[in-house]
Design a protein around this ligand. Structure first.
Ligand SMILES: N[C@@H](CCC(=O)N[C@@H](CS)C(=O)NCC(=O)O)C(=O)O
Length: 216
């Protein structure tokens, strides 16, 4: 295995799907250009990989995804996505300090604003009242995002924007989870169009026939 390969710990059915989507957008191929280490378990379970010294040195919090690329070791899915975009460059990365800062802003916003409301809806964590509250919490957030997307195709970039890692990070939560729960985006037409635009990209889904969930 070449030292230059990006190694991602985490399976495709976890939050590791975020960096995997981005790597596919760059045309990178699993095992040839990057490596997936199976950390086991359906969706949130784990196997013995997470108990190894190697993994715990990468992420003492024991969560996936984690990444190793040469001397660079990271955890937190959105930080990994931003590293990959910076490393591979091109138009999916920030072209200026201002763009890089906005990309970082969307990475944080996806985790701070949207994930805490979409994730419990996806896994149906909570009572009917609690689930209704998450739905309610999303209303002003989606209204805000709808405003941000007015006249834009993508989140970052001049004029109508261009597809960047910011879209991958945000759509991995709003789009991926929203689609999984058949969330009705129709009251927010800009968001609805953006979700469709981003999550119908060929790289969004793992290649046909690929085992997405690990065994066991
Ligand atoms: N904010 C972190 C969350 C990481 C996280 O909680 N990952 C889950 C899997 S998607 C995990 O490792 N859960 C504990 C477990 O599976 O034992 C990120 O985005 O990377």
């Amino acid at each position: 295995m070449s030292d230059n390969k990006i190694i991602i710990y985490g399976h495709q059915a976890s939050r590791a799907s975020r960096p995997y989507w981005l790597l596919r957008e760059y045309g990178m191929t699993i095992n040839e250009d990057f490596v997936e280490i199976d950390t086991g378990g359906p969706v949130t379970g784990y196997n013995e990989v997470r108990d190894t010294d190697e993994f715990l040195a990468l992420n003492p919090y024991r969560r996936i995804p984690a990444m190793k690329h040469g001397d660079v070791e990271l955890y937190e899915s959105q930080a990994i996505c931003q590293y990959i975009a910076e490393y591979l460059g091109g138009l999916m990365s920030g072209q200026s300090l201002a763009e890089r800062a906005r990309i970082n802003m969307y990475g944080l916003s996806s985790i701070a604003n949207f994930e805490p409301n979409f994730l419990p809806l996806l896994f149906r964590w909570g009572t009917a009242e609690e689930l209704a509250k998450y739905q309610q919490n999303l209303q002003p957030l989606l209204t805000a995002l709808n405003t941000e997307l007015e006249g834009r195709d993508y989140l970052v970039g001049d004029a109508s924007g261009r597809f960047t890692v910011a879209d991958v990070m945000m759509a991995s939560i709003i789009g991926q989870y929203g689609r999984a729960i058949k969330f009705d985006f129709s009251p927010w037409s800009n968001v609805e169009a953006w979700v469709k635009r981003t999550t119908t990209r060929p790289a969004f889904y793992p290649p046909k026939g690929m085992q997405v969930k690990p065994q066991g």
